[in-house]
Ligand binder design. Structure first.
Ligand code: NDP
Ligand code: NDP
Length: 317
């Protein structure tokens, strides 16, 4: 059976590396695409000319398809989109905004468009906007996330039932076993973020990778829910936010506490106390830094082994 996502993107395996600010530059995206998946450059942290450089370096490092993730609330979004079209990037994943704003422009330029959602309502809105596929991201995911707290296990079947376009599951998927589970629930492919933060090719600071390796169960939390919900490792900055929220802080107070550039400080500059450390719950299972191809190939092996193990079990009466 042909996989709809592999066919759509022209890739070999239905594993997509999530676009992650400060973590997924051209090196990581090219490594995942070269392994046979789809690598995404996370443009949210890049000034327009930095994005152009990353796209050009990615093109030079792989002859396989790759994409760019664009958060729709990016301040210079017109410039990003113009560069993406000029540079003939084949695939764009949009997130954090209205899918109707950019989908038709990108599609007219011959670009495949995917939108990231965390509920059925926005999945339907994305489909109506004409996207080629949808990423449904559950509560377990790192970084920016939905407010409803719907877990991947519950979200995927609901979205699958509601849409006709191919579905990519995200949130809590860092192993081949989890990939198999997501596909059993109806996903055609998976998007993996946290596990690829740990790749040698990820531009995350080594201190951040170390903090992820050390994070255990319960060490992350969806924070800043009234402002922009984001799953963070519980560090000094997270504690300040939690204390302010417990005292009923207004959005304005929280925005002032957040300030500017916290994500860069934590994930790119390695300030483990005062920076934002965006990672998913699956961090509890991540223990070391490795080349992206090893992470990728292990997922495929785990997928096959667990599929075969399950095939030996039968409950038919
Ligand atoms: P690159 O083409 O990767 O970098 C060019 C520019 O992009 C630089 O200005 C760099 O910032 C910036 N940049 C790199 N990654 C990101 C990102 N994820 N988000 C936003 N901006 C980014 O060439 P280099 O030779 O500079 O880097 C080689 C590799 O090392 C790349 O994968 C890069 O991402 C990574 N790197 C990691 C750093 C870290 O602190 N962990 C620092 C620099 C690079 P800047 O000018 O601040 O370096
Ligand atoms: P902040 O407003 O705190 O800081 C902006 C950061 O983005 C700075 O570190 C800055 O780098 C960098 N940057 C890159 N391009 C630009 C630009 N054109 N104008 C201003 N700053 C720029 O934002 P965050 O760090 O919290 O978030 C960074 C980005 O992440 C946002 O701009 C947005 O695109 C994206 N985002 C994505 C979401 C999602 O995908 N769900 C949700 C929320 C945000 P420098 O320090 O070098 O100036």
């Amino acid at each position: 059976m042909k996989n709809s996502i592999c066919q759509l993107f022209g890739i070999q395996y239905p594993i997509i590396q999530a676009g992650m600010i400060w973590c997924s530059g051209w090196e990581l995206a090219a490594a995942v695409s070269n392994a046979g998946g789809l690598g995404l450059i996370g443009s949210g942290s890049m000034y327009p000319e930095v994005l152009r450089t990353h796209i050009q370096k990615c093109k030079a490092a792989t002859d396989k398809p790759f994409g760019v993730n664009v958060p729709l609330l990016y301040p210079d979004i017109d410039k990003h989109m113009a560069i993406i079209i000029e540079e003939k990037v084949p695939i764009v994943f949009t997130s954090a905004g209205n899918p109707a704003t950019w989908t038709s422009t990108l599609k007219e330029a011959g670009i495949k468009v995917v939108h990231v959602v965390s509920n059925v309502k926005f999945a339907l809105k994305s489909q109506a906007a004409g996207v080629d596929a949808i990423v449904a991201e559950g509560f377990e995911a790192g970084g920016h996330n939905g407010r409803e707290e719907t877990t991947t296990l519950c979200l995927i079947p609901l979205v699958k039932q509601a849409i006709q376009v191919p579905l990519i599951a995200a949130g809590g998927i860092g192993s081949g076993q989890a990939m198999l589970a997501a596909m059993a629930l109806g996903a055609d492919a998976v998007q993996v973020g946290s596990a690829f933060v740990m790749a040698e090719e990820s531009s995350a600071h080594i201190n951040f990778k170390q903090a992820v390796a050390e994070a255990g169960e319960g060490d992350t939390q969806l924070s800043l829910k009234s402002l922009t919900p984001v799953r963070l490792i519980k560090n000094t900055f997270w504690k300040k936010v939690a204390e302010a929220e417990a005292q009923g802080a207004t959005k304005e107070t929280l925005a002032a506490l957040l300030g500017r550039g916290r994500a860069k400080k934590g994930m790119f500059e390695g300030d483990l106390e005062e920076g934002e450390l965006e990672i998913g719950q699956v961090a509890a299972s991540l223990t070391k830094t490795e080349p992206a191809a090893i992470i990728f190939n292990r997922m495929l092996t785990e997928f096959e082994v667990s599929k075969q193990k399950l095939a030996e079990i039968s409950f038919i009466r």
